[in-house]
Design a protein. Structure first.
Length: 280
């Protein structure tokens, strides 16, 4: 039996539809970019998209910024769900499925960085592969599904980025946010914001060279900075996994007070590492 929420706060439908609309724009632009992209020559292919394919630079930027808004709105939506006590209106199976979308979408965004094939993507892939291989029992299987960059380049990250994003979007669109009900004004509004950024804000690529410091994607910087001070298993596996576990456990009434406190501390620590990594 589902318990009713006692909170007067409700999840904002504008944010929820904004998340759906941003994800839809990212999916459509990703399909457009997939046609000229060749994972055998990822960096050369990305440069070719930007400089040879008609409107390729614009669509690559639009894909990036719509994905950026998707992640930001997902984090905000997840926080709103906690405040609105949305976990009370979900059974355990549905709550676990919803929680799984957090790490899945982060992995989709991360493999997108790896797939572009520049120095940032290459080193991010190497770090992620090394970390995944340290996962007990499942490390080799997860690496074969997600990365395997030292053996096959960006082939696996690219496949995961493309097909996992399609699967997550359509499953969520049917099961969770009812894609057919997406308001047209929300779609157009959340299309306008990344379009403006795509027109005015360039995206850089790190060609091979003697860089002293390479920063990964913004949402990965917390892990990257933690790896400078703590062992890889602690900083790269247990630390991010703890955040997801705490989010899942808020559904347990007996632990909720402690879980909320732990989640606030974890978020503060991760934000500190991330901001420090951005400023360094």
């Amino acid at each position: 039996m589902r318990a009713e929420s006692s909170s007067k706060f409700r999840v904002s439908p504008r944010v929820a539809w904004g998340l759906s609309a941003s994800f839809l724009v990212a999916i459509v632009t990703g399909i457009l970019l997939a046609y000229p992209f060749n994972e055998s020559y990822p960096l050369l292919s990305t440069v070719g998209i930007e400089n040879v394919v008609p409107f390729g630079r614009f669509f690559r930027r639009l894909h990036y910024w719509s994905g950026f808004f998707t992640l930001i709105l997902l984090f905000y939506h997840a926080a709103e769900t906690l405040v609105a006590e949305g976990y009370r209106r979900r059974d355990w199976a549905r709550w676990l499925a919803l929680c799984a979308t957090l790490p899945l979408l982060i992995l989709i965004a991360f493999t997108g960085y790896v797939a572009r094939g520049d120095e940032t993507g290459r080193f991010a892939g190497y770090i992620a592969e090394s970390l995944v291989l340290k996962v007990p029992l499942l490390g080799s299987l997860l690496n074969a599904c997600l990365f395997l960059v030292r053996e096959s380049g960006v082939h696996r990250p690219y496949l995961f980025h493309f097909y996992a994003s399609l699967a997550l979007f359509f499953v969520s669109g049917i099961w969770h946010f009812r894609l057919r009900r997406l308001p047209l004004e929300d779609l157009l509004g959340w299309l306008l914001a990344p379009m403006i950024l795509a027109l005015v804000y360039p995206l850089g690529l790190h060609a091979p060279g003697p860089y002293l410091l390479i920063k990964g994607p913004w949402f990965f910087l917390g892990v990257q900075e933690a790896l400078r001070y703590f062992p890889p298993v602690w900083a790269g596996i247990l630390f991010p996994a703890l955040g997801i576990l705490l989010y899942v456990l808020v559904k347990m009434d007996s632990l909720r007070k402690w879980v909320f406190g732990g989640l606030l501390v974890w978020t503060g620590v991760y934000m500190f590492f991330m901001v420090y990594g951005l400023l360094r």
